[in-house]
Design a protein around this ligand. Sequence first.
Ligand code: NAP
Ligand code: MG
Length: 399
Amino acid sequence: MSKIKMAAPIVEIDGDEMTRVLWKIVKDDLLTPFVELNTEYYDLALTERDRTGDKITWEAAEAIRKHHVGVKCATITPNKQRAEEYKLREMWKSPNGTIRSVLDGTVFRAPILTNCIKPVVKNWRKPITIARHAYGDVYRATELRVNEPGKAELLFTGKNGFNFRETVYDFECPGVLQSMYNKDTSINSFARSCFEYALSTKQDLWFSAKDTISKQYDQTFKHLFQEIFENEYKAKFDELGITYFYTLIDDAIARVMRSQGGFIWACKNYDGDVMSDMISTAFGSLAMMTSVLVSPDGNFEYEAAHGTVTKHYYRYKEDGKMTSTNPVATIFAWSGALRKRGELDGNNELVEFANKLERVSIETIESGIMTRDLSGLCEGITPRVVDSQEFISEVAARL
Ligand code: NAP
Ligand code: MG
């Protein structure tokens, strides 16, 4: 059998701990036997980030801008304990944060469904993808604990002469204050990323906020989304037969619970933080959740939504035995990137291989073969719990 060729490369970003171990097995057993992998490799292992003064992270992000498609292994975001463990020169920033800032992108998280793991919400049949705006709002707010009576004001001093001053509250007792902001440029990028992703996955897009109460802040989000939709995307949506609509967040939640799934739900920063945890838990497991960063100008970076699974890694190192860590989200990060590469290059063989890889991974689970994390969640079959290597070999045998 001749291997599938790739005209253009994927940016391959390696990472840390257990996911790094899985990364290699997935490549060796599921990819290189079938595809002449064309990748531009960046090693973001914490030791390499430390050695290069984190330059490697910036280079990897730039490479995604150049080649438009990347796939990333989970990486350690150092904290104080990690800095000691790895004797770091500096507490390097989160690689995902760096890549997100270079690509100016939005993160989309979608669950991977199988017929033996039933969502908690029984009418959900298709995945619900959450798009979270990851800029501003309460995450960059200025706050104050007020301890005496006094007047709080909102004050704006314009560079071009516009001034604004209004009383927020005349405190007669202690209390709390918060002010937050967002920027049109960031909201526009968020909107364009959402519209691009909806087109790319052929799914409806919902956007929710609370514009009836927040008549400047949330209404700005609503208006910018509507304006961009009408000027740049309406025709393309009509052509594909998909829809965009805005609704109040309360209404959105009621509709989500009654829906069958199969759409993208765009959320403001805080809503997305909270709702994505609800959605992932209700669908089953973090180990069955994919994540893709989409930039408004059409760059895509695929990864698993989970971290480096540190606990399993230390067990693996101590016992020298393979663990039962779920590689499915890592497999789907690769299949997502390969499919996108194939779509961009008109490489049907590659697209079909990616689809098949996903199909047989799910079939493997549905046949009862699965890692430990899923065995407690599955219904209707008796699971056979295997380790990561055995699971990947079972998938390979079905390819
Ligand atoms: P984690 O790696 O997602 O793991 C948390 C727990 O979730 C694991 O201990 C395991 O539970 C379960 N789990 C996650 N993925 C699994 C899988 N594929 N198969 C089976 N079980 C899985 O989160 P963490 O322990 O909080 O973080 C570890 C490191 O990852 C940190 O250094 C953090 O900085 C980094 N991180 C990176 C990313 C990223 O690069 N995108 C994202 C998040 C965290 P049990 O132990 O109960 O089996
Ligand atoms: Mg959260």
